[in-house]
Design a protein around this ligand. Structure first.
Ligand code: HEM
Length: 205
């Protein structure tokens, strides 16, 4: 369980950083938010200020999970009884696979689906907590990921630290390759390699 949870969280973090270095305006905006909130926390020495304030970072994570769900195809399900879904007859005992990756890029549900645009979530209540079947990076229904809150906390706090303390740059000569690898989780095919520049003094070890 912990292995699955850390693999999915690490995959999400790597894709967020990949999208951010490809979108410098979005990178600047999210870093401004994180630095303003963290600087205030440090000044006031009050962690409570942190809670719920990283709105834009949360939208960036959402948009990344839409385009790069770490579990692209949900674990198989077998239906006990026959049923009809969108005009398709599904006989009893059929193994059904749900493609979360394709649903997140479906133009019937998402405007300009291939673009990385966190602002799409600003006035949009679509969430991944099980109520919207057009956005299911954590699955849905009774078997939805039980680690959703823990996973999001790992992803958001790790990213907030990376973005607060460092500036990040991709130094490759060619455009960053966004090819996905093949496997149960959709990690990058080629590991992400970025140059970090320290922008804030690191806390004492
Ligand atoms: C960004 C991080 C994560 C993502 C995207 C993610 C995604 C998923 C998905 C798609 C499923 C399958 C749901 C389904 O069958 O419909 C799942 C199942 C599961 N996840 Fe996560 N997960 C994450 C983090 C975690 C963490 C941190 C833990 C625990 C420490 C965890 C524990 C589990 C367990 C135990 C299941 C199996 C649930 C069952 O079959 O009833 N996950 N996760």
């Amino acid at each position: 369980m912990m292995l699955g949870g850390s693999e999915t969280s690490a995959t999400a973090i790597e894709w967020v950083m990949s999208e951010l270095v490809r979108h410098p305006v979005i990178m600047k905006k999210v870093q401004r938010e994180v630095r303003e909130v963290f600087d205030e926390v440090m000044e006031q020495k009050d962690d409570a200020i942190f809670s719920g304030k990283l709105w834009y970072l949360q939208m960036v994570v959402k948009e990344t999970l839409r385009l790069h769900p770490p579990v692209p195809v949900l674990p198989p399900r077998v239906n006990d009884e026959g049923c009809e879904v969108m005009g398709y007859q599904i006989p009893a005992r059929t193994t059904v696979l749900v493609n979360a990756w394709a649903i997140g890029r479906d133009p019937k549900h998402w405007q300009d689906p291939e673009s990385f645009r966190p602002e799409r979530f600003e006035y949009n209540s679509v969430d991944f907590r099980g109520g919207n079947f057009d956005f299911i990076p954590f699955g849905g229904g009774r078997r939805q990921c039980p680690g959703i809150n823990f996973g999001l906390a790992i992803v958001e706090t790790t990213l907030a630290d990376l973005l607060y303390y460092f500036d990040w740059e991709y130094k490759g000569k060619e455009e960053l390759d966004m090819t996905e690898g093949f496997g149960i989780s959709s990690r990058r095919k080629w590991p992400l390699s970025l140059a970090a520049t320290l922008r804030r003094p690191l806390p004492p070890a």
